[in-house]
Design a protein. Structure first.
Length: 146
């Protein structure tokens, strides 16, 4: 799959458009298995999000706009906010450090991509899209990053 194909698929998602509209100007990225599965054309009802902003405030905003009350999961520094909404289960975390550092903490390259909502771009520091297209699994830890 080409980056252009991936972008077309993600920009067409009504669910992602709703989430983006609900988030307003907040910096928000689709990531993890929910991004991977969408790129594969699979239907997914869980949405993994990361923000460089305030995750608690953003979770509250998403809850008001999408319906659902955010529930805190975990302890500092590994806190996630989960919402059960009419668009599916939404999990939101704050980036751990910069986006680049957040990507490096992930497990597999196919789960380490980030899509900036609503229109992109795709941040793919570990060649996850190439691995996804090739049907290959590689750990982020062993990727030679430039």
């Amino acid at each position: 799959m080409s980056p252009d194909e991936a972008a077309r698929r993600l920009r067409a998602s009504k669910t992602l458009k709703r989430i983006s509209a609900a988030a307003g100007e907040a910096p928000l990225f689709l990531t993890g298995g929910s991004l991977r599965d969408r790129l594969l054309g699979l239907v997914t009802h869980d949405i993994d999000l990361v923000t460089t902003g305030d995750p608690r405030a953003l979770a509250a905003m998403l809850g008001r706009e999408l319906g659902g009350r955010p529930v805190r999961l975990g302890r500092e520094p590994h806190v996630a906010w989960r919402l059960a909404t009419d668009v599916g289960q939404v999990d939101l975390v704050g980036a751990q450090g910069s986006l680049h550092e957040d990507v490096l903490r992930r497990d597999l390259t196919v789960n380490a991509m980030l899509w900036r909502l609503p229109h992109g771009p795709l941040l793919d520091l570990t060649s996850g899209l190439e691995d996804l297209t090739a049907g290959r699994l590689r750990t982020v830890r062993y990727v030679n990053l430039v």
